[in-house]
Ligand binder design. Structure first.
Ligand code: ATP
Length: 435
């Protein structure tokens, strides 16, 4: 299975999805750069998420808050004190490990470090210390989670939008964690994007809203193209939950390196808003418009890592099959997130009239379907193979018949089947297919 990881990493590099961060200087651990196709994929996933969770819900409000936040925020949130992983260092080779990863996945099943030897050199491990994961930046911190942006702006959103409970505040943005041991490609990095919302409810309604978003998270898993059969819920036991959480479900995915967290769904109670009210001295209570009663709402928080989504999507979409007697690799991406929706090509590249016609069709189609690409590199077989490998759902070929009757062939990625369609109906066809 490790093999599958190598295949994904290699495809991602070869086809311009994901490169090691600062590669020409030997890379920087825990960073990856998105290439031309990775940037498109990430953009499409973020847009799909925003439409699914924000624009589709009247009571959801968007936000884009700062990455830098002062120490007082992290004091109030509890991160300064509690956002730490247990670090153990090998006395011999000095390599650092997360103690809970040395001894299984749970802090509750941890064994004293003396029983566990260094997995790198077999040396003796030192005593565990709590290692805070926040990056200090001058007199501020790079946020290790994006949720606090929603909490510190809670009053601003109340005052400007006048929402009624239940309602949510959502954002997509970068978070930074000084992970002890970055590893497994996009899975554990030091800089990553989160897509997340805080859903504010009356305390008596937390369970029904927890349930509502649990279902919506499953709908998202399916929509974005993550293999449902490899996704599982884990009820997180109390001792493993974050300091603020009264109930947490992890959505775990079967990665080739093990079943690990993909997403989280946490009930944060009224912890954060209460703490901010105490620490800032600002009244962050919600006033019920009917009864006039003032209280601090409770919070349900679904959180989605973008990098882990991309990894799970790539692993779910990756396939190898045989088409017309030839082996091929294909990414069965949801057309809505594929970096290229349609690739337009002339049958051969040395016939100026075919190339001119293909260019004309490409230019017109790109106005309607922005992720249209033009491809005339190599022979047609090579182009199909390349487009299959990057997950392009449709290839449009301009041939000699096109010059006579204004029709083109559309080839479907998964089946390799080709159909003739009128040029004038191309954009309608794709719009229909993307619905
Ligand atoms: P883990 O136990 O794997 O360290 P966590 O429980 O600390 O994760 P959360 O605080 O719940 O993670 O983070 C929310 C989401 O952010 C996770 O569900 C995951 O998708 C993503 N995430 C967290 N840490 C990382 C990381 N180092 N690299 C990439 N994505 C991450």
């Amino acid at each position: 299975m490790e093999n599958q990881m190598e295949k994904i990493v290699s495809l991602a590099k070869r086809r311009g999805f994901i490169f090691p961060g600062s590669e020409i200087y030997g890379g920087l651990a825990g960073t990856w750069d998105l290439g031309p196709l990775g940037a498109e994929l990430a953009h499409n996933i973020k847009e799909l998420w925003w439409n699914h969770f924000v624009r589709n819900h009247e009571e959801m409000y968007g936000l884009a808050s700062s990455i830098l936040m002062p120490e007082r925020v992290w004091e109030a949130s509890g991160h300064l004190e509690g956002f730490a992983d247990p670090l153990v260092e090998c006395k011999k080779c000095k390599k650092r490990f997360r103690q809970d990863e040395l001894s299984g996945n749970s802090v509750s099943t941890w064994k004293p470090s003396s029983q566990v030897k260094c997995p790198e050199c077999g040396g003796e491990l030192g005593e565990p210390k709590q290692f805070n994961l926040m990056f200090k930046f001058g007199d501020a911190y790079l946020r290790p989670e994006i949720a606090q942006g929603m909490f510190v702006n809670f009053k601003n959103v109340l005052d400007t939008m006048r929402p009624a409970l239940p309602f949510g505040i959502a954002q997509i943005g970068k978070a930074f964690r000084n992970e002890i041991a970055p590893r497994d490609f996009l899975f554990r990095v030091r800089e990553f994007d989160l897509m997340e919302f805080e859903y504010f409810v009356k305390e008596s309604q937390w369970e029904e809203n927890f349930e509502k978003w649990r279902k919506e998270m499953w709908a998202w898993v399916e929509k974005v193209g993550i293999d449902k059969n490899k996704t599982h819920e884990l009820e997180v036991p109390k001792e493993d939950r974050a300091h603020y959480s009264k109930r947490t479900i992890d959505f775990e995915f079967e990665y080739p390196f093990g079943k690990k967290e993909l997403y989280g769904l946490a009930y944060r109670g009224d912890y954060d808003l209460t703490r901010h009210m105490e620490h800032s001295g600002v009244d962050t209570r919600y006033a019920d418009s009917v009864s006039g009663e003032k209280f601090i709402p409770h919070v349900i928080e679904p959180t989605f890592g973008l990098g882990r989504t991309m990894l799970a999507v790539l692993l779910s979409a990756y396939s190898e099959d045989e088409l017309g007697g030839e082996k091929r690799i294909l990414l069965k991406l949801n057309p809505k997130i594929a970096p290229v929706t349609a690739a337009v090509f002339p049958l051969v590249k040395n016939k100026p009239d075919l190339v001119a016609k293909a260019r004309e069709i490409y230019t017109a189609l790109k106005k309607e379907i922005p992720n249209t690409a033009f491809d005339d590199n190599g022979n047609i077989g090579k182009r199909y193979r390349r487009q299959d490998e990057i997950g392009t759902p449709w290839c449009v070929t301009i041939d000699y018949q096109t010059l006579e009757d204004d029709t083109v062939t559309i080839r479907a990625r998964d089946t390799g089947k080709q159909e003739r369609h009128k040029i004038s109906k191309l954009d309608e066809y794709f719009k229909e297919m993307l619905k």
